[in-house]
Design a protein around this ligand. Structure first.
Ligand code: MSP
Length: 477
């Protein structure tokens, strides 16, 4: 089975933050879990590099947009490496391949494209057009970016989104195109039931020059969103490459809740226009706040994933964001809750289960485990949680096992068995502990690949190979 997984591609106008990291990891868990089921996976991420927002930022820095994009795109690909994201591709929208294929896609959609006068509003911060009603409701100031909307009156190209409203609605209603969670699905259904209007998909070159040229019109560049969405197929080599034929439609596309309209309305309409099938699932995650507050430039409260990883390690980072940010809602990060989760769940619960088991097998049996019984837990709930992108629940399931194992050790008291000279029973108990830890290692692999490999390395050969140091050294406040 083929499995194609994508993240959204972040803008390169700022440093990556924990929201970007969250999305990378979610998609990575899906990719790793699919690989471990034996599926053939293509996992793609990348960076979104055109548009007014990037041009503006570059001008502020006194460099060209391409220079800014080169520098910032690398911070995202470096973050992916640091977080051990197993992406197979990293597409940049300034890649020549993307630019050329985007033009092919534009041409293929020309039957649905027309030129007209656009009168409305634009916010560069959102890279989005807004209607008169929206702008009036916000008294002319974009609430996301605290800046006035730009008034736009210009000739540009439109895409006939309206003619696809009904087909997209039907695909979502019938679950041919699944949107998770239901709250997000309902949100987009109500938008579609109201019907979609045609959208502007280009800007005059004299207003925004940092974009991909509209084929056959030297005066217009493509609207950044219209072009960025295409990355999901240009990266596969649409239209002719074997990867495109093998991997499209996507199995799961992972995006944040602020960009659902682009992914659940505009993108499917573009695909229908191209005569292509829709993705199977769009999974929409929520937003992370920091100490209960929205991350923002004015508050200066962006948290860099690097700082957390440097202090606690990559697996602790991955664990916290997958378990403690609700997969179907918004969540919060604070250093204090992070540290509590690290100490209680990783150091005390998982770390101790491993170190106690290792110590006892060495002390009572000279490191020899003997025959390790096969895994015996029912993992149906864990698998169902992963299938539904409920990363938090999947880890809750694993932690049931971790806690169960610690309770088992406390009840069986191997140290008493050693005193009672009951070596057969002792051997059985310790072998069960090792088996259980190997099973836990398998289950956490998509979430904490390093830890999984360490645990497997300790127990999998019938003889304990102890780690140097501990899995999760405790952090004292
Ligand atoms: N460039 C567009 C996406 C184009 S996809 C064809 C974009 N970039 S972004 O950098 O603004 O956002 C990238 C992803 O990060 C989005 O899915 C967005 O929802 C997510 N997040 C941005 N801030 C976030 C939080 N505070 N919390 C969680 N995710 C957040 O949109």
């Amino acid at each position: 089975m083929n499995n194609y997984i994508t993240t959204s591609i972040p803008y390169v106008n700022g440093e990556p933050h924990i929201g970007h990291a969250l999305e990378f990891i979610m998609a990575d868990v899906l990719a790793r879990a699919a690989r471990s089921r034996g599926e053939t996976v293509l996992f793609s991420t990348g960076s979104d590099e055109h548009g007014g927002k990037i041009a503006e930022k570059a001008a502020e820095a006194g460099i060209t947009p391409k220079e800014l994009a080169d520098k910032m795109s690398a911070t995202f690909s470096d973050l992916a490496k640091k977080l051990q994201i197993s992406n197979d591709r990293f597409i940049r929208t300034t890649d020549a391949g993307h630019e050329q294929r985007a033009q092919l896609i534009w041409k293929a959609l020309e039957k649905d494209i027309y030129k007209a006068k656009y009168t409305g509003w634009y916010c560069v911060g959102d890279e989005a057009f807004f209607s008169e009603t929206e702008v009036e409701a916000n008294k002319g100031i974009c609430p996301n970016h605290n800046r006035p909307y730009d008034k736009i009156e210009e000739e540009n190209y439109f895409f006939k989104l309206s003619s696809y409203s009904k087909a997209v609605l039907e695909a979502i209603e019938s679950n041919a195109f699944v949107i998770l969670p239901d709250t997000r699905r309902n949100e987009i259904l109500s938008l579609l039931r109201d019907g979609l209007e045609d959208i502007s998909i280009s800007r005059p070159k004299d207003k925004i020059s940092w974009g991909i040229a509209v084929p056959g019109d030297p005066h217009q560049v493509m609207y950044v969103w219209f072009e960025a969405l295409m990355n999901y197929i240009t990266v596969l080599g649409y239209p002719e490459h074997a990867d495109f034929k093998t991997f499209w439609p996507a199995t799961t596309q992972v995006v944040g809740k602020d960009i659902i309209r682009f992914h659940a309305a505009i993108w499917p309409a573009m695909l229908l226009g191209l005569g292509l099938p829709l993705p199977q699932t769009l999974y929409v995650h929520g937003f992370i706040t920091v100490d209960g507050k929205k991350m923002s430039k004015s508050l200066g409260n962006y948290v860099s994933p690097n700082d957390i990883v440097d202090k606690y390690g990559v697996d602790a980072f991955r664990y916290y964001f997958m378990r403690h940010i609700p997969s179907y809602g918004d969540g919060d990060f604070s250093w204090a809750t992070f540290e509590a989760a690290y100490n209680n769940e990783l150091a005390n619960e998982l770390g101790n289960a491993v170190s106690r088991t290792v110590a006892m097998i060495i002390k009572y049996q000279e490191g020899i485990i003997g025959d390790i019984p096969p895994a015996e837990h029912d993992i149906a709930q864990y698998l169902a949680a992963l299938q539904a992108c409920r990363f938090d629940r999947a880890l809750d399931e694993v932690w049931e096992q971790v806690r169960g194992l610690n309770q088992y050790i406390d009840q069986e008291k191997p140290w008493e068995l050693a005193k009672q000279q009951d070596p057969d029973h002792l051997r059985e108990v310790l072998a069960y502990q090792a088996s259980n830890l190997l099973e836990i290692a398998d289950l956490i692999e998509p979430f904490m690949p390093e830890t999984a490999a360490k645990i497997t390395g300790i127990f999998n050969e019938g003889i304990v190979r102890p780690l140097e140091g501990t899995l999760f050294p405790k952090h004292e406040a």
